[in-house]
Design a protein around this ligand. Sequence first.
Ligand code: 5AD
Ligand code: SF4
Length: 454
Amino acid sequence: MNRVFIKTYGCQMNERDSEAVGALLRARGYCIVASEEEADVVLLNTCSVRDQAEQKALGKAGRLLRAKRTAAANGTQAPLLGIIGCMAQNKGHALVDSLPDLDLIVGTQKFHQVPTHLDHIMESLRGLGPRPSTIIDIAEEEGSQNAINGHAPGRRVSAFVSVMQGCDMHCSYCIVPHTRGAERSRRMEDIVAEVRALAAAGTREVTLLGQIVNRYGAKEFRSSGGKSPFAQLLEKVHAVEGVERVRFTSPHPTAFRRDIVECFRDLPKLCEHIHLPVQSGSDRMLRAMRRPYTRERFLRTVDALRDACPQMCFSTDIIVGFPGETDADFAETLALFDEVRFDMAFIFKYSTRSGTAAAALGDTVPREVKEARNNMLLERLGAFSLARNQSLVGTEQEVLVEGRARRGEGVFMGRNRGNRKVLFPGTADMEGRLLPVRISRATTTVVFGDVVKH
Ligand code: 5AD
Ligand code: SF4
């Protein structure tokens, strides 16, 4: 009864949290398995950013609970089910109303308690204690992120490191400040110690994670010599021996100051790719979204980054169909998209989240209009992505080999510094190495090549 399957929805922060919960469970004698069929316990680590994300997890939970009831009626055992993370935090007790047979609901500040709660349930199943009804643990807890960090799972070529949690920005559409709480940052020494431990275990690339990562330490620590706490952190992580590449995600355009731009010029391990969510190209929409920058200011940041680092690749998030978005507003988004020529973008159709400021504005843009705007952006994105990938054909790219690719025998996968996926024939001993790969062919999503033997 100790096999746990964790299914993760949503962002990289969730992936990192799932890894950390998995590591804590392993340390407690549980075994993390790769599919729900093998599992005694299924944990859904959920996302609340859009309604669709919640519906997906709710649908999954509903199916699992029906299977559990059928199994119980047949006298067999189906997996226990827990909902953890953002939707647990967002919906809390209301989840039990729609899913009364849930075993566990654990919020974003209580991940570290998952093993203890599971232990209780297991004990009760072995007849060693009373059977709890749904355990609900969604309280806020100071320092909670320290409790799940530093538990590096086994060897990983590329690893996420959480540096801060929460968000104080209150963009009008966003549920994250509610699900993740106020901004709080880990101590620099703890982060650097985690990165050192990862490097010692074979990690070559670290991605520093935070909801608004460039505001790292803004509340807790001081600027020094004109450098914000985040720039100081980047320098410290950059100095860790064994780490060959540094990335971070996601920064906010507002807090993107000169000192961070200069890091791209001065820190060679910092890779030339940046995910900079713009959300809209219309100043009117940015104001309604409560994003405290203008399109002009955003474009100036892009220019500054390109000046510091001409090879810089940009990706972004865009919301289409925010309440009140007109064709003219959307045309500004398209124009901005063309001007920056984003290599990658996540395009979201606006989804009302109750409890956010924008919920009062209704959902005024018809679904077909959102769909059409979404498709227009996707089309452009496809063209830009393909053009960028084709421009790599014939060049030699530095690739960090992550492991076997899913397609084909002997095919390996890695990323170039611009975060493009590169596929090439390889051997297991290449894993974890930085190798030159000559690119021979490109599609929209991936490039193919061969390792160059110097
Ligand atoms: N509707 C649609 N997209 C949203 N995002 C956040 N909230 C919403 C919402 N209510 C998008 C933003 C953000 C990304 C993580 O999700 O683009 O950057
Ligand atoms: Fe949400 Fe805005 Fe904070 Fe990003 S910066 S998490 S979009 S409130």
